[in-house]
Design a protein. Structure first.
Length: 72
């Protein structure tokens, strides 16, 4: 059980970091594209912020799963 939880935690951490990097790249590209339209950028920016926070929560959940697997 502890080994399965450890692998789940590692998968969550790796997946979270990969998706966080992906959305960061998309945000940088969108910021360059919508540099001339600040109102449109403000609308799009909010969506990227939410997606990046979801990725951060996945990373934290993965860390919690790894810590729990080490304590079992």
């Amino acid at each position: 059980m502890a080994i399965i939880l450890l692998y789940i935690g590692i998968a969550l951490i790796v997946g979270g970091w990969l998706t966080l990097s992906f959305f960061a790249i998309k945000q940088i590209n969108a910021q360059k594209e919508y540099d001339r339209l600040p109102q449109k950028w403000a609308e799009i920016k909010h969506g990227f912020i939410i997606k990046r926070w979801i990725c951060r929560v996945l990373i934290i959940l993965g860390m919690v799963a790894v810590v729990i697997s080490m304590l079992i």
